[in-house]
Ligand binder design. Structure first.
Ligand SMILES: [Ca+2]
Ligand SMILES: [Ca+2]
Length: 167
């Protein structure tokens, strides 16, 4: 009986330890969001939305559709998607709906400077005004028809828990 209790206690402790261990690494982000650098990324592929719905969905959960600002951030997302998804296209926050060929990020309204267009992209046609990461091309960038129903990525700032980030 004592042995059993000890074992029970040990297993409980182990489970608590595991739970704490998990939450320790993800405290800065909501469950199922991916933490990278100063941000949390919600990669939403179980819910398909047109581009504007994706923008709105992210805003509704106090985030924003992702704006990929650096090569490093782009590489992180591409690697994550390659590991976890195949052959899907995923909305990100770039659009040239306001002026054909002039791409900007919808939330910040900043022009798109760093780019990673897939070969022969962007097509630059009217009717292709919204930006995806395209699985067929290793999640490089593509201009697509905004009314397509795709998954999307929301981004929000990670919670700073007083950790000093060096670098
Ligand atoms: Ca266009
Ligand atoms: Ca295209």
């Amino acid at each position: 009986m004592i042995k059993y209790n000890c074992l029970g206690l040990f297993i409980s402790g182990l489970l608590i330890g595991l739970t704490l261990g998990q939450s320790d690494t993800s405290n800065a982000c909501p469950p199922y969001w991916v933490h990278h650098g100063l941000n949390c990324y919600g990669v939403i592929t179980h819910l398909l939305a047109d581009w504007m719905e994706a923008v709105t969905f992210c805003r509704d959960i106090n985030a924003e559709i992702v704006e990929i600002e650096t090569k490093e951030e782009n590489l992180f997302l591409k690697n994550f998607l390659v590991r976890n998804h195949t052959n899907v296209d995923i909305w990100i926050g770039g659009t040239d709906a306001f002026e054909e060929g002039h791409w900007l990020w919808i939330n910040s309204q900043r022009p798109v400077t760093f780019t990673d267009w897939a070969p022969l992209e962007p097509y630059q046609g009217k009717g292709f005004e919204c930006m995806t990461l395209t699985g067929r091309q290793g999640f490089r960038w593509n201009d697509d028809d905004c009314s397509h129903k795709l998954g999307f990525i929301c981004r929000k700032e990670a919670i700073n828990e007083g950790t000093i980030i060096i670098g």
